[in-house]
Design a protein around this ligand. Sequence first.
Ligand SMILES: C[S@@+](CC[C@H](N)C(=O)[O-])C[C@H]1O[C@@H](n2cnc3c(N)ncnc32)[C@H](O)[C@@H]1O
Length: 271
Amino acid sequence: MKHTPHQYVHGHSDRESDRLRYQASKLAELLHHDTRYPPKSRVLEAACGVGAQTVILARNSPGAEFVSVDISAESLAAARDRVSHEGILNVTFRRADLYDLPFGPETFDHVFVCFLLEHLPDPILALNNLKRILRPKGIITVIEGDHGSALLYPDSPHAHRVIDCLVELQRQTGGNALIGRELWHLMMDAGFRNVTVSPRLVYSDESRPENVEGVKNIFIAMVDGVRETAIRQGLIDPGSWDEGIRDLHRTTEQGGTFCYTFFKAVGRKEG
Ligand SMILES: C[S@@+](CC[C@H](N)C(=O)[O-])C[C@H]1O[C@@H](n2cnc3c(N)ncnc32)[C@H](O)[C@@H]1O
């Protein structure tokens, strides 16, 4: 079954590319410390975007052979530049749609997916397609966020309202910004076995300035990135939007705290 490419809620602007790269480097230890692939293993990175995760994966497993695919030619070009700039040699890129993958069955030992399923109308179909190209007993790793996991102090209905606007816009493009909590079930429903999910928590207060910067540049920047669309669609008025963003920033100031959970799932194909 072939799907038309969906609309990516955050867009493909330079600002969003910078945000994805910053996000990947900031979260590298938290999300990737336990992902290592053996020498000579064949790894498909599905939806590599601008290569933000690619450079981390490839450096952490220098003997593995990565094939990184994305539907966006523009993102792939940026990913290629990034990887070659870093002198990384164990990655090849290919333009491909997850719903029509140009690989034979059982081609890869591992599949890696990050921040993708949340944007797809049919994540189980996508997982099934990835399962097809995985060899028996091959391993899939999936990392997703869940915007409903944001805990704010001081709490603010205005701040939750702007987050809800992003959740709604993502829903309108067929995605699910609350997908992290569903990962275990999605993987099981797609037929993977030995599925384990580990929540990875990001927490910031003023005693952790590096985390505070991350909250501003990753989470708040991501929410604020849909400002114009949310207003244009009549989900919120400009004043309420700015109030919500201001209250999100208050969680990063003196006396504030912020907490968010990513979900990392690992599962095995039967064989
Ligand atoms: C949020 S970005 C994540 C990129 C990267 N995994 C990261 O963590 O930085 C989602 C990516 O999925 C890609 N994508 C969306 N639908 C796709 C599809 N059907 N096939 C391949 N890539 C797709 C988009 O082009 C975009 O680059």
